[in-house]
Design a protein around this ligand. Sequence first.
Ligand code: SF4
Length: 328
Amino acid sequence: MVHGLVMFSGGLDSVTATHLLRNQGLKIKALHFVLPFYSGLGSSYKEVRRYADALGVPIRIEEEGEEFLDMILDPAFGYGKNANPCMDCRIARLKKAAKIMEEEGASFIATGEVIGQRPMSQRLECLYTVEKKANLQGILLRPLSARLLPPTKVEEQGLVDRERLLAISGRSRKVQLEYAREHGLIHATPAGGCLLTHADPARRFNELVSHNQKISLNDFKLLAWGRHFRLSPLCKIIVSRNESENGILEKIVTAEDYFMFMAEIPGPVAILRGICTDDEISVAASVLVRFSKARNSGTVKVKVFHKENTFIREVESANDQYCQAIRI
Ligand code: SF4
């Protein structure tokens, strides 16, 4: 049995929050959520496990699926600067955490949130809204700002010593950094939000939504990887950027997609997705060649898999101007 769960990203704030509680002798379990971009790809999330191990706490990793997609397509609280529905995302994750809390027999959920640290989701009124919407009033503990907030049930009952928690507010991370240094804590470099807060994936997401009535989890997953090009309103091609992405695209490709790679030399791979003409298959192959070592080799062979069929396209590299014009 554990006393509490900590929403754990492995970043400075969640590592500090976990240590503050662990240091009081509480039994803590780290709970890490994986965005659907990365879920189902067989990753072991080594880094985040390493940070939890260093704190001496067990970790539970939860991969998010279709439900995340429903939420991001229609967030009740809207988006942040890019395609990040932070308020809805936090509420949804806390609701899931509440179920896990019951399963684990825990009494509270803690986060590394700090009052006023992020403009949208960590304003004081937003913290209250999130805990109300997640039905976690009195149960959600923010150890880094706890002494500036009303006491939770576990503080009132004496399970958690409020006096040993912090009273941080604002954007500076000075106190957490000093705490981490003092206690020899290791943590991830602050990233400032997930992929959805970044301009490129957000643009791809908006572009996808503008072309597709129905978006699958697999479409969504693909947004995080490769270079994306729009060949027509009905189809797009995604070309891997390095060897590790070759393996990832091989895992993401579906039976309906065209899968392409260089027939005679190692190089990038590509997924051609959607309804496409025979000409568009050749154009896609020429875009793939542009990102291979054979881009200046004249006509080269590209192998294409589609359903039960395998065939070769002989094409020259697409030119840079064209690739730039169709890049998403
Ligand atoms: S930054 Fe991304 S993962 Fe974090 S709350 Fe916002 S949408 Fe969710």
